[in-house]
Ligand binder design. Structure first.
Ligand code: NAD
Length: 271
């Protein structure tokens, strides 16, 4: 157990699986009290409860909180629940995201809208609520000079790599890049740091067909100079660093955690 996030309260959206789950566990192991958001009752509720149990078994503190982050009314209630439970908020990990691929001619407005609603508008709603909360917090004198709030967007390598058949997803992640930078510029004077993590191919349910057979994994590895698929913990460690004072003075940047996927690997040996 670390202590770099002792006394901090962190909200992780979409934390019942994958990168959100690993980040919640890692933040708690670093001493944060963690709110494990999940979308709804049912399966995701049970998975979120299992994340909280795992954190508590290791001596950490966490609670679950249901909310569909694409809905303004849900986000309002989510932030009220965080403050009611822990009395403050220091760190927002804007993680929840979905894919809904289709060739452009078949992509319905609903396919487009749903992905934008969750991946971009949902991240805006949570960032807005966090910003309001952070600027309400009187600066803690023990942390004078350091950030009084921290927002981390989980974007994607697709904030820079175009993605055929996923124009909705790539547009949402490209949008995150400018949302993040503009917010970092706006909130710097309030001592709020804002950054993104852009994961490459990480072994989670969202992209299971890309890694769950030997053939698909071999194809995927051609895109990754570092020669292995990423694990959720690779991203979680970066999230802890960005959330902690160790990264003070880092704001408005995207940290690529991608095994080199954005390095144009097809140029190895070319020319
Ligand atoms: P995942 O499917 O395991 O996790 C996504 C989580 O978001 C799920 O728990 C889901 O229930 C939740 N969610 C979806 N819609 C929601 C909503 N409206 N409200 C609240 N929660 C909602 O996949 P993951 O890979 O862990 O994805 C996490 C983030 O990482 C996403 O933003 C994704 O775009 C991004 N990402 C993943 C990869 C990868 O290779 N796995 C690569 C780049 C970026």
């Amino acid at each position: 157990q670390g202590s770099e996030l002792q006394g901090r309260v962190a909200l992780v959206t979409g934390a019942s699986s994958g990168i959100g789950r690993a980040s919640a566990i890692a933040l708690a192991a670093a001493g944060a009290q963690v709110v494990v958001n999940h979308r709804a009752a049912g399966d995701s509720q049970a998975r979120a409860a299992a994340v909280v149990e795992e954190i508590q078994r290791s001596g950490g503190q966490a609670v679950t909180a249901a909310a569909d982050i694409s809905r303004e009314d849900h986000v309002d209630l989510l932030f009220k629940a965080v403050i009611a439970h822990y009395g403050r908020l220091d760190i927002l990990i804007n993680n929840a995201g979905i894919e809904q691929p289709a060739p452009i001619a078949d992509m319905t407005l609903a396919d487009w809208q749903r992905v934008i609603d969750v991946n971009l508008t949902g991240h805006f709603l949570c960032a807005r609520a966090a910003a309001k909360q952070f600027t309400l917090n009187p600066a803690n004198p023990a942390r004078q000079g350091l950030a009084t709030g921290n927002i981390i967007f989980i974007s994607s390598v697709h904030e820079v790599i175009p993605w055929a058949f996923q124009v909705n997803y790539a547009a949402s992640k490209g949008g995150i890049a400018m949302l993040m930078k503009s917010l970092a510029q706006e909130l710097g004077p309030a001592k709020v740091r804002v950054n993104s993590i852009a994961p490459g191919a990480i072994r989670t349910p969202i992209n299971q067909p890309a890694w769950d057979t030997p053939d698909s994994l071999a194809n995927l590895l051609k895109l990754i100079p570092y020669g292995r698929i990423g694990e959720p913990e690779d991203v979680a460690r970066a999230a802890v660093w960005l959330a902690s004072d160790a990264s003070d003075y880092v704001t408005g940047t995207t940290l690529f955690v991608d095994g080199g996927m954005t390095l144009y690997p097809e140029f190895r040996g070319a020319g």
